[in-house]
Write a protein that binds this ligand. Structure first.
Ligand SMILES: C[S@@+](CC[C@H](N)C(=O)[O-])C[C@H]1O[C@@H](n2cnc3c(N)ncnc32)[C@H](O)[C@@H]1O
Length: 248
């Protein structure tokens, strides 16, 4: 897959699972492409999309690229191991019934870190990451952090997000898997934090999303480049511990 596959202003949600309805309802009208990424997506007959009020999928628009089914394979050498999966994309058009506006919805099977690399610089309108963890069942991937990994595409993901963002951009987080203390606080305590500066960005609170069975809040921040004196100086006090796994 080459860069440029994703049209226009892109929304990206890695490790999304089937958390699709609220993001499309809340943000669908703002983007040309909404990209959901997860290792678990399989595009065989068992792939069923939830109904999204106010939107309909144009059936004849569905395109699938890559194998319909693949699962993660783990290769181990000594204490190092890497994971591999065959990527695939399911792309279709969704129409907003009231306005008639059509957007691309893409489900990408694979590692979110690679999906991020596929986005052209300056075209990422919104990055969303929530409901994830460092524990069992979570991805253990810290997107909103600059963690160094052996394999360059997996490293410094926050810097990569910054290079992909169309400024001013939007970043949504519930504080999961981040080294930015303010995101953690805002997601967990509703402490009314309205703005802060971290990692060369100025973050202004724009929207708060609540999910019925989730004690955490998803806070959407508008980010702009901060004064150059703060560039890349932001360090958070929140420590998430080191990853044991090295996904590829
Ligand atoms: C805890 S679930 C969260 C799902 C969703 N964010 C939510 O809030 O409902 C984590 C998801 O991340 C997926 N996952 C794990 N590692 C991943 C990676 N490196 N890239 C993409 N998805 C990954 C898993 O398959 C799983 O669906």
């Amino acid at each position: 897959m080459t860069t440029g596959f994703y049209d226009g202003n892109v929304f990206l949600y890695p490790c999304a699972g089937m958390d699709i309805v609220q993001p499309i309802s809340a943000f669908g009208l703002q983007f040309d492409t909404m990209l959901f990424v997860d290792l678990g997506y399989q595009f065989d007959s068992g792939f069923h999309l939830p109904k999204i009020d106010g939107w309909k999928e144009l059936n004849e628009s569905v395109l699938i690229e890559g194998p319909k089914y693949s699962s993660v394979k783990i290769f181990q050498r000594g204490k190092h191991f890497r994971k591999e999966i065959e990527p695939a994309w399911r792309k279709s058009l969704y129409q907003h019934t009231e306005s008639g506006r059509c957007i691309n919805i893409v489900f990408r099977r694979g590692f979110g870190q690679y999906a991020l690399q596929e986005i052209s610089d300056g075209t990422l309108g919104m990055f969303l990451h929530r409901g994830d963890s460092q524990g069992e069942g979570g991805s253990r991937v810290c997107y909103l952090s600059n963690r160094k990994m052996k394999h360059a595409p997996l490293s410094n993901l926050l810097n990569t997000i910054k290079s992909k963002l169309a400024m001013p951009g939007l970043i949504g987080s519930d504080g999961s898997n981040t080294s930015i203390n303010e995101l953690y606080r805002a997601g967990n305590e509703n402490d009314k934090l309205t703005e802060f500066t971290q990692h060369g960005l100025h973050w202004r609170r724009r929207k708060t999303l609540v999910r019925p069975d989730d004690r955490r809040l998803t806070v959407v921040w508008q980010v702009t480049a901060a004064n150059s004196s703060n560039e890349f100086s932001g360090k958070s006090k929140t420590s998430m511990g080191d990853l044991k796994h090295e996904p590829r």
